[in-house]
Write a protein that binds this ligand. Sequence first.
Ligand code: PLP
Length: 350
Amino acid sequence: MVINSIRMFLDQKNLLHNIEYLKKVKNKDILPVVKANAYGHGVNVIVPALYSAGQREFAVARYVEAENILKLNLGNDIRILVFESIGDMELIKNTPNIDIAINSMTELKEAIEAGIDSKRMQIKIDFGFGRNGVFHYEVSELKDYIIKNNLYLGGIFTHLFAVNYRDGLKIIEDFTEIVNSIGRERFEKIHLQNSAAVMNYNCEIATHLRVGMLIYGLQEVGYYDPNLKQVFSLEGQIAGVREVENSKYVAYELKSDLDIPDCKYIAKVKIGYGDGFLKKNEKSKCIINNKEFKIAEVTMDNTFIEVDESVKEGDKIYLYRDITKEVNFIGMNIYELLTILSPRIPRVLK
Ligand SMILES: *Cc1c(COP(=O)(O)O)cnc(C)c1O
């Protein structure tokens, strides 16, 4: 192990706990969303950890993400739902472990005519987010087509993202009616809740929760469940401490410009914006020896922290310890902050 490096540790116990907890209290199966490098946690660590615990179904945004998971060769029973439209029927046929989202009537007809198994198709219904999906006003056409061709499908879903509470209830009601009118038994999986919606609504009709944030134990202000446990820990050791009392500069900057005019000691850690640890973190806090210290400067490869005489090389440091507080301070959301963490940070299963 390289001396004094910063790594992301992933707590397998917490990950599995979150999934088991959600299954139990919500009484649904989980469709873990592992797009964007498993929200920065490292898809190559998260997916094998879940697979070895018995999870077989996953969801990603892009085909290329599914392709990368399949390269891990975990087993032939893995199923990955891809949200984006793929369009290339040969590619779909040649990748039998992926399930496709059907985002329009045209796509449904094309895929059926190309001979793709309808059990591999999950119909996305659009309720006017202008993103993608079969428009709700096309539903009668959809229904006729499904009945006429006697189709049994892999699933049907919609997205309840960022709607106000009453609009959400209406979508759940309309979606439920659509599923029932086509025939509930025609769909293996039914899902519409992302993490926020799991906290805010109960959806009787759903078989699965399609969640990212909650399985990683990440929560935004407002709906906090203390039973969910954060999976990642970004930690390492102080790579060095320098006395800077008589120096005008810290790293590449004037102390006065960094707003640390009286700084006596500066600790260096090996993480920087080249790792996706943005300059926006300057002036935010990190934890060393259970004490908070201020981040003075972030460069491409290193971060400099204003410390006191108690901090020594090799001391344990935690970054993003309290992620909810951190995102408020730097004005980004948790999704952004984590998904930009680069592959240069080693991900280690614990
Ligand atoms: C990203 C995504 C999710 C997961 O969202 P969370 O808020 O992380 O639970 C669910 N569904 C779709 C379609 C998504 O794109």
